[in-house]
Design a protein around this ligand. Structure first.
Ligand code: KQY
Length: 367
């Protein structure tokens, strides 16, 4: 059994490192449920396998799969990807997995937040979510990592850190009554400081238009370096995303990070806008309790939903018209990383993207 501490990481000298800090590896969960992934999840499995392959060229990847999917996953994934059995309700390990921490002296631990499928009984995206809620604990146990288990609902995609004491989040998600209705903004800020070791919290207002997570930060604004943030953008004043991105730009422009720096903002023009086709919607099974998919529904596509691994940034390819410009901008932001575009529409159809389906484990000794 994993050792669970009742102290907090800040007190113990642990904090969440930036994603570009060296990784021991990446964790993923295999997609399977046919009420979220079309055509028996086949196209999504191929897309997840491509993401795993791209990351595994740079660092170890562990794919967690249900017993029923073990053979299918094993045959689609290269030998260098470790495949282990793990039950889950879906495949968003950014959100239901642990948040790994470091003490800066080669030791790692993890925070195992509570998970309620992005909104709980009435507003969540599916039920049950009990198996997803166990993923964080199981991953930490497999790594023999010491665990913190705050009684707080939080998804990893709702927070973004620079590893130097600054965190970006959105009011729409973290202050949503469907997450922690009994906590005040001040109490949530204290929890972020205690469990992630941050000092400065930058509150954006809303997340990307029609993002079904209630506006996760990782689809809107991401640190690409200390003092530098990539922001989902559109120049189209008639697009509902326009006001959201403008507002985020203003807030980021006024903000100072934990080191007192102003932030440089890199605008990454959104793909599309993208919409679900009739054929795509038809391929998803409708099940009671799961958010239905509708033809014509706007997809919350964004290039900032990239994943930084050792030596590479894995970026969703979503729109032939915009992909090249996104790749070029990210290449300037990450001059020491290879920029690898992976076709990601199938992941987007399920409601998220590459960052949402990956979870980094920093280098270091767990314990
Ligand atoms: O984007 C994410 N972090 C998760 C999206 C969940 C979608 C469930 N259908």
């Amino acid at each position: 059994m994993t050792r669970t501490l009742t102290s907090n990481p800040k007190h113990d000298g642990f904090f969440m490192p930036a994603e570009w800090s060296p990784h021991a590896g990446t964790w993923m969960l295999w997609p399977e449920r046919t009420d979220n992934w079309r055509n028996d999840a086949g196209p999504a499995q191929a897309a997840f396998a491509d993401v795993a392959k791209a990351i595994a060229a740079h660092e170890p990847v562990t794919m967690c799969v249900s017993p029923a999917q073990y053979l299918a996953a094993r045959s689609l994934l290269p030998a260098r990807v470790r495949v282990v059995e793990m039950t889950s309700n879906d495949s968003w390990i950014r959100d239901c997995g642990p948040t790994f921490l470091t003490n800066g002296h080669n030791h790692t631990r993890g925070v195992d937040w509570r998970f309620n499928a992005w909104g709980g009984e009435t507003e969540g995206l599916y039920k049950p979510w009990d198996q997803d809620d166990l993923v964080g604990e199981k991953v930490l146990e497999m790594e023999r990592a010491v665990r913190y288990a705050p009684p707080i609902i939080l998804e990893g995609g709702s927070i973004e850190v620079d590893g130097q004491g600054t965190l970006i989040t959105t009011r729409q998600c973290l202050l949503n009554k469907n997450r922690n209705p009994d906590l005040t903004r001040g109490e949530i800020e204290t929890a972020l400081k205690n469990y992630l070791g941050v000092e400065a919290i930058i509150w954006l207002d809303r997340g990307v238009y029609q993002d079904e997570t209630d506006g996760h930060a990782d689809n809107l604004a991401r640190f690409v370096a200390p003092g530098k943030v990539a922001l989902t953008w559109t120049d189209d004043t008639s697009d509902p995303e326009y006001a959201i991105s403008q507002d985020a730009y203003k807030r980021l422009s006024k903000a100072r990070d934990a080191n007192g720096r102003e932030l440089e903002i890199l605008k990454l023009h959104q793909p599309g806008p993208l919409f679900m086709t009739h054929q795509e919607a038809q391929g998803v099974d409708h099940m009671e309790g799961t958010e239905p998919r509708r033809a014509g529904g706007r997809l919350a596509g964004s290039y900032v939903n990239f994943y930084i691994c050792n030596g590479a940034v894995i970026v969703p390819a979503l729109d032939p018209v915009r992909d090249c410009a996104a790749k070029a901008s990210l290449a300037t932001a990450f001059p020491l990383h290879e920029i690898v575009m992976v076709p990601a529409r199938e992941i987007l159809l399920g409601g998220g993207n590459i960052h949402c389906i990956t979870q980094q484990q920093p280098k270091g000794i767990a314990g």
